[in-house]
Write a protein that binds this ligand. Structure first.
Ligand code: HEM
Length: 408
């Protein structure tokens, strides 16, 4: 197949193609590729080599996020949260809001939340393992990141079912035929909810991210209402599906690589190194993107001012110029400088928390499960040109009674 014929804007491409074979070809034959115009929008650049992807992530002088940082918004031409939400804000304003939010994301600030992640993961996994058969995606993984974000934001217990319901409606990647208008309405309701909660926290601040945003100041002035609300929502946008898909992907990879499952269970590798390999292997966010602010030459091609440039983590994480035997899933891999959390000024704010979540899951699996296999029920891949992974994963567990006993 001609490289020009791969339509990277079409979610079906990721379901119908051997994408790692495709990316191998792009890296070798056309590492700086001009993707033709499609029904979804104008032409754009596709960078597949690690070095080029890193160079653009680092360079916020010449590449901006304010006109979108994923294909959907870049092709549309703008992002409605531009200049307000961290991921789509650049320059000093971005640095100032990021600094404010970082307070809530340090390992020390997160120690209580991390402990809750471990307990929640054990409880959900133990229930599923005891039942024997479960949908690992829906019964276990789905509940962990969103509950963790609610903990972080300080969403009261009583409001969680309501918020989780809205969030499900707001997700556009769950199915191919979801109404865009329903998703839009649900997103607006979430923003309204955060607006009310911020109001309450401004009057009576507690130790949570909404209070930090609602009472924080930049250059002596409080953040705008939009900045507060959108940055609350950005934690759901950034931290829910990505973490969930990496956890689901970790189980798929372990089932497909019995030798690695053995190494994990028999403590031949540390959970910390396994987490990094899971992140590299699953690359839950397939790409991010930028707009060029000026003409830039990359790999002999001239990216013109205003052009859209997409950075493919999925490909960079398997670049044979950087990773030794990149097609091998090796839980003991060192070094492992994957780009799953991006790099540079927009490096994932929730990277530590994402690692805590995957760590808790791998540790719980190696403790509570002897063996796990897929049932004959079909799996459901997410339908997206941005996210990679499965929305459902029916499995059968063989419990480790001794391990489960340690949690009682
Ligand atoms: C940014 C991936 C978990 C919140 C990013 C970026 C990547 C990424 C690649 C950079 C985007 C860019 O350069 O345009 C992931 C992955 C995760 C994960 C793979 C899980 C495995 C989380 C969690 C949270 C979070 C748990 C919060 C609770 C954010 C935020 C940003 C971000 C707020 C924007 C940072 C900025 O622009 O300064 N994430 N993320 N992420 N992520 Fe994550």
């Amino acid at each position: 197949m001609e490289l020009d014929s791969f339509d990277l804007t079409d979610p079906r491409t990721y379901q119908e193609t051997d994408i790692h074979a495709m990316w191998r070809r792009f890296r070798a034959e056309r590492p700086v590729h001009r993707h033709p115009e499609t029904e979804a929008g104008p032409a754009f650049w596709v960078l597949s080599r690690y070095a080029d992807v890193m160079a653009v992530y680092k360079d916020d002088d010449r590449f901006h996020s304010e006109r979108g940082n994923v294909l959907a918004t870049l092709l549309y031409g703008s992002d409605s949260a531009a200049g307000k939400m961290l991921a789509v804000t650049d320059g000093p304003r971005h640095a100032a809001i990021r600094k404010l939010m970082l307070k809530s994301f340090s390992p020390r600030a997160l120690s209580h939340i991390s402990e809750q992640v471990v307990q929640r993961t054990r409880r959900l996994l133990a229930e599923a393992v005891e039942r024997g058969e479960a949908d690992f995606a829906k019964d276990v993984a789905e509940h962990i990141p969103i509950s963790t974000i609610c903990d972080l934001l300080g969403v009261p217990e009583a409001d969680r079912t309501f918020l989780l319901g809205l969030n499900k409606q707001a997700l556009s990647s769950d199915s191919a035929d979801q109404s865009a208008q329903d998703a839009w309405l649900a997103r607006n309701e979430i923003l309204m909810y955060f607006s009310e909660l911020a109001e309450a926290r401004r009057a009576d601040p507690v130790d949570d991210v909404i209070s930090v945003l609602a009472t924080g100041e930049v250059d002596g002035k409080p953040l705008s209402e939009d900045e507060i609300v959108l940055n609350c929502y950005s934690l759901i946008l950034g931290g829910d599906e990505t973490s969930r898909l990496s956890m689901i992907g970790s189980l798929v990879a372990l089932m497909e690589h019995p030798e690695q499952w053995r190494r994990l269970r028999e403590r031949e590798v540390t959970v910390e190194s396994a987490v990094e390999e899971v992140l590299r292997w699953t690359s839950p966010a397939m790409h991010f993107g930028r707009r060029a602010l000026t003409d830039v030459e990359i790999g002999g091609e001239t990216i013109a001012e205003g052009d859209i440039v997409t950075l493919w983590n999925t490909s960079a994480n398997r670049d044979e110029l950087v990773f030794d035997r990149p097609e091998v899933f090796d839980l003991g891999r060192t070094p492992n400088k994957h780009v799953s959390f991006g790099y540079g000024p927009h490096f994932c704010l929730g990277a530590y928390l994402g690692r805590v979540e995957i760590n808790a899951m791998l540790d719980a699996l190696r403790t509570a499960v002897v063996h796990v296999e897929r049932t004959s029920a079909p799996v459901q891949p997410v339908f997206s040109n941005f996210l990679n992974g499965l929305g459902s994963l029916p499995v059968r567990f063989q419990p480790d009674r001794q391990g489960l006993g340690q949690w009682r």
